[in-house]
Design a protein around this ligand. Structure first.
Ligand code: GLC
Length: 731
């Protein structure tokens, strides 16, 4: 018998029930002589441990949306390690992150805290985060499970999502992270999912999470997300936070006594709590000291690796340049988002200090206010004056705290008008102008034509200013790429007509999220998913596939070469997308199925290898409730971004599914085509009996419609007989 089981058996019913809600805001209940308490605190990009009216000093790393732009799982792992170390130093056993919710729209207030619009990129970054934290004997808690994609009405909005979209987009990053990185905890979201609160959603918390994915960790509610306690236990919620909630504990005791809740059901949850506490206690290291200097250096490195060079005509600057440093964000550096992720950063440098550190000759002018959008003419005049006496202008623009945070969604994708107005005025001075963006999510850039260079720093953490200056002067080379599309305008986003919805949020765009939508609609975008420039250039060549005809159970090896064709060393993120040429269901044009970041010296060339398997080609089939592969030809695209894929090769993948084995007159043409027997029978019917050119017919056509196309030859009875004979033949 395990120690956890022994402890379980030693507990009274009341003690067991008391464990299902927190001891206080951050700790689990301890039971004298039987079970200690452990502490959990926020993340995800820095430790936010509350103490004496504030929070402990901690390293504020770049937010998840920012580090996702590095496309570097290893870097995320290193940040996870550092987070784990700071938890050890502060006696915290679980850090509440990463947040992996997919970005439906640029307006979600917490986008700065989430990785991507793409499940694969979100998954890989989440795995790096979780593995890094847990390598230190501290737990990670992936969140918010699931479909917490808006802040508006977040405590009760009902996310209505079809099964395929849910699986392919909104659960996918949780699924792979749970299976690959095994987070100690997963946090159930505030909202409802298809009618039931996530914290009482048995299909979500038990049928999918545990029975299908095999998750063995603990489910904690988001803070205040739990509702009816007995339904929560039955659905698979283990701990409701915060606590204590005596009424909930009493309801559980009463339910067991009345038989409404079985002891076995309660024991399953309580055992997971005991096992979590055991792990947390085991990981403790007394008097642990974290190297905060090293962590600050890591935060700077991460910000350098995550910055995205969106446009370049004049970077890197020369250290001898006389710079006009314009914009309040140079001084009031914007380095993190608002809400529960807000960190009491150990040190924050701003751009003025960082430029001073490099003895750069600059003149600073605030240029605009951040507390509102109003224009302060004095600030504008100072900015113009500073610019007129300088060689180059560096303007720091972005989203103030008041425009993006947990707790509310953005109401616009625009930058404040006073910033744009100032930019327009400075751009008439005929001087090179560099735009630095400090924001946690995309902004509209229609004003930026006159910018010579644009560098997006996102919410780059406490050392973002140092990183920014290193990048500006070439002491670091930009290598980040966008983990989310920047649409030309908000109205081009598929949710623009309805977001944010209160009460019920209907995800009518389905799987067409982010680039999946813009590519399908052939919409121009400001900056595509996966896009980012460097100070050097790269060339792709020699794409090879290990096979051109495989079955879905095979793996495929893809190799290609990348060469640094520029004059400075740099890193390139190579991206691989898969395009089904003849899908049986409506699918995105192409989807990210592999990526790798590589370092190349000038002139150096490396061979990159990626491996694809069934899930690289599959879609989620709602009839079989499983991942299926179409038998068709797939194109493998490789290149620097979702919209720049110079290499392409094709292969045929044969599904192991022989197609349906039972047809009706409502069966679609493509379903008969997926099975060799029914395909032959249909071809005979159409070409010999009806002399119909099927190629002209839509593959989605129900068989019943053939009567109308047959010129009176085919009757409903004849079709019924055809289907009956076919089913006999196939059986
Ligand atoms: C918040 C957030 C969640 C956080 C928790 C504890 O409301 O939704 O991400 O971890 O409560 O602060």
């Amino acid at each position: 018998m395990t120690k956890a089981m022994e402890i379980l058996n030693s507990l009274t019913l009341e003690e067991k029930a008391s464990l299902t809600s927190g001891k206080d805001c951050w700790r689990t209940v301890d039971i004298e002589g039987k079970l200690a308490s452990i502490m959990m605190s926020d993340g995800p990009h820095g430790l936010r441990k509350e103490e004496s009216g504030g929070t402990v000093p901690a390293t504020c790393f770049p937010s998840s949306a920012t580090v996702a732009n590095s496309w570097d799982e290893e870097l995320m792992y290193k940040i996870g390690e550092a987070l784990g170390e700071e938890c050890l130093a502060n006696d915290v056993q679980v850090i509440l992150g990463p947040g992996v919710n997919i970005k439906r729209t640029p307006l979600c207030g917490r986008n700065f805290e989430y990785f991507s619009e793409d499940p694969l990129l979100a998954t890989k970054m989440a795995c790096g985060h979780i593995r890094g934290v847990q390598s230190k004997g501290v737990g990670a808690c992936i969140k918010h499970f699931a479909a917490n994609n808006q802040e508006t009405d977040r405590f009760s909005v009902n996310a209505v999502i079809d099964e395929r979209t849910l699986r392919e987009i909104y659960l996918s990053s949780f699924e792979e992270a749970v299976k690959e990185a095994k987070p100690w905890m997963i946090m159930s979201a505030y909202n409802k999912l298809n009618g039931d609160y996530c914290s009482e959603n048995k299909p979500l918390l038990t049928d999918i999470l545990r029975d299908e994915w095999g998750y063995e960790g603990l489910v904690v509610s988001d803070w205040g997300a739990a509702n009816e306690p007995v339904n929560g236990v039955k659905a698979g919620l283990d701990i409701r936070m915060p606590g204590p909630v005596p009424s909930a504990n009493a309801a559980i005791v009463e339910a067991v006594k009345s038989g409404k809740l079985s002891t076995e059901e309660l024991d399953k949850n309580v055992l997971r709590i005991i096992e979590l506490v055991e792990k947390g206690i085991k990981g403790r290291i007394a008097d642990y000291k974290a190297d905060m200097t090293a962590h600050n250096d890591l935060a700077m490195k991460a910000a350098e690796e995550s910055a995205v060079l969106l446009k370049n005509g004049v970077l890197p600057l020369k250290k001898s340049d006389k710079i006009a440093l314009i914009g309040a964000f140079a001084e009031e550096i914007r380095y993190q988002g608002g809400g529960s992720s807000c960190v009491n950063a150990t040190e924050v440098s701003n751009l003025l200090q960082s430029l001073d550190d490099k003895s750069i000759d600059y003149t600073y002018a605030k240029g605009f206010k951040t507390e509102d959008d109003s224009v302060d003419e004095n600030l504008v005049s100072e900015a113009v004056a500073a610019s007129e006496k300088s060689d180059k202008i560096v303007i720091c623009m972005g989203l103030p705290f008041r425009m993006e945070s947990e707790g509310f969604d953005r109401w616009t994708m625009s930058l404040p008008s006073n910033q744009i107005g100032l930019f327009n005025k400075l751009s008439t001075l005929g001087k090179p102008i560099v735009v630095l963006l400090f924001q946690g999510s995309p902004v509209e850039m229609e004003w930026s034509e006159a910018a010579d260079s644009i560098l997006a720093m996102y919410t780059g953490g406490q050392a973002v200013a140092k990183a920014c200056v290193n990048l500006l002067f070439g002491d670091a080379v930009p290598s980040g790429k966008l983990s989310e599309t920047w649409p030309l305008r908000l109205e081009n986003n598929p949710t623009a007509l309805s977001f944010p919805e209160k009460g019920t949020a209907t995800y009518s765009e389905g799987v067409y999220v982010g680039y999946r939508y813009y590519d399908k609609k052939h919409l121009d975008v400001m900056y595509p998913f996966g896009y980012g420039l460097s100070y050097t250039t790269f060339e792709y060549s020699d794409l090879e596939l290990s096979a051109t005809d495989i079955s879905e159970s095979d793996t495929l090896e893809v190799t290609f070469k990348v060469k640094n064709t520029g004059s400075v060393a740099g890193k390139e993120i190579a991206e691989l997308y898969v395009e089904p040429t003849y899908p049986s269901v409506s699918r995105p044009v192409r989807e990210l199925k592999g990526f790798k970041k590589i370092y190349l010296e000038p002139g150096e060339e490396k061979t990159v290898t990626m491996t694809l398997s069934k899930r690289s080609f599959a879609y989620y089939d709602v009839e079989t409730h499983d991942w299926q592969v179409d038998t068709t030809v797939y194109k493998i695209h490789v290149g620097p971004s979702s919209r720049n894929l110079p290499l392409v090769a094709s292969l045929k993948v044969t599904s192991s599914r022989s197609g349906k084995t039972f047809f009706t007159t409502d069966s679609r043409v493509y379903e008969l085509n997926a099975n060799p027997i029914s395909k032959e029978a249909l071809n005979k019917l159409l070409t010999e009996d009806l002399k119909l050119d099927i190629s002209a017919l839509s593959i989605d056509l129900p068989l019943s419609k053939l009567v109308g196309f047959s010129g009176g030859i085919l009757s409903v009875d004849m079709l019924d007989r055809f289907v009956m004979e076919l089913n006999e033949k196939i059986k």
